[in-house]
Design a protein around this ligand. Structure first.
Ligand code: GUE
Length: 300
């Protein structure tokens, strides 16, 4: 079966409306896109639209591909100074000349909705997250809704399960591994070198839950997946649509995986739409944090 991410996102949006209302509607999201990238532009547009739809402030910002580190950090500082903006997200990928770690470190920690500032990444890794990064949060939210729909216990759903991650990015693979450990899964992190060493299948076949976020269209095929596994596809790749345009596809070859797996999340219509809502929830959480007593590290 395919997991319906759009339906899950629609329900989550109702939660978001309530959360926004509870703080008097005062929250805003800013996104910074440097250069051109189709999936990043799609995400930026969807965040902007989603925010406007629920009456949240939104500032989608664009900088040229040759922007300097100083210009990017300057833009972040400008957004930090905007009282309407509670959350700031810098889209990836960044052009190669821009050192990601310097930009992450320049994010205002209380508005860093993807937990990429070292302080927030540290809090997350210690099990006391201030923000749970939207994309892995969306993947776990989807897994939890699937567990409920299958009539299984939510609390123990990950206990001792083999959770295999493919991809180790700072905004998806790494935080997903941390969240999996937090939920008592046995976590295996696979990446480019696992694949180069010829070991990828070895690990993916043993997965009870497989989360894939690498950016390689169709990387995971049915023969790489164990019977009854749950497969979450986080890849968003722009490929030629054969008619002069592009379309978005994931990292999983759904056609060959679906017959083997218990469930697969499709692209589009899977984790993506849930991610869009989650980032807005994090902007609301950031707005709440800014109102919290000084010195409070984590929302309660
Ligand atoms: N710092 C950072 N964090 C990210 O999370 C991040 C990023 N940079 N850079 C770009 C990628 C891409 N991304 C998407 C998320 C949702 C959809 C989405 O909702 N897509 C819809 C529509 C797809 C379509 O238009 O066909 C869907 O999957 O159903 C798309 C793309 C987040 N990314």
């Amino acid at each position: 079966m395919l997991i319906d991410g759009k339906a899950i996102a629609a329900r989550l949006k109702e939660t978001l409306r309530g959360e926004l209302e509870a703080i008097g509607g005062v929250a805003g999201i800013a996104t910074v896109l440097v250069g051109e990238d189709v999936p990043a532009a799609v995400y930026q547009r969807r965040i902007d639209r989603g925010a406007r739809e629920i009456g949240m402030a939104s500032r989608p910002e664009q900088l040229p591909a040759d922007a300097t580190l100083g210009q990017v950090i300057g833009k972040v500082a400008e957004l930090d100074a905007d009282p309407d903006i509670s959350g700031i997200l810098v889209l990836r990928p960044l052009p190669a000349h821009l050192p990601e770690s310097r930009i992450f470190a320049a994010l205002p920690p209380l508005k860093d909705v993807e937990a990429l500032h070292p302080l927030n990444a540290g809090l997350l890794s210690l099990g006391m997250p201030r923000f749970i990064p939207s994309t892995p949060a969306a993947a776990f939210h989807m897994l939890d809704r699937h567990t409920e729909a299958a009539g299984r216990d939510l609390e123990s759903a990950f206990d001792g399960a083999n959770l295999v991650l493919v991809g180790r990015s700072n905004n998806v693979g790494k935080p997903a591994a941390i969240l999996g450990l937090q939920r008592n899964a046995t976590v295996v992190s696979c990446h480019h070198h696992t694949s180069q060493a010829g070991h990828l299948e070895e690990f993916t076949r043993g997965a009870d839950i497989l989360i894939v976020a690498v950016g390689v269209p169709g990387l995971i095929t049915g023969d790489m997946v164990g019977e009854g596994a749950i497969v979450i596809d986080i890849g968003i790749n722009a490929v030629d649509d054969g008619a002069g345009g592009v379309r978005l596809v994931g990292d999983v070859d759904t056609a060959s995986v679906e017959p083997v797996a218990e469930a697969v999340s499709p692209v589009p219509g899977g984790v993506g739409p849930i991610t869009d809502v989650w980032v807005l929830r994090n902007a609301v959480a950031a707005a709440k944090l800014s109102l919290a007593p000084a010195g409070q590290l984590v929302l309660r």
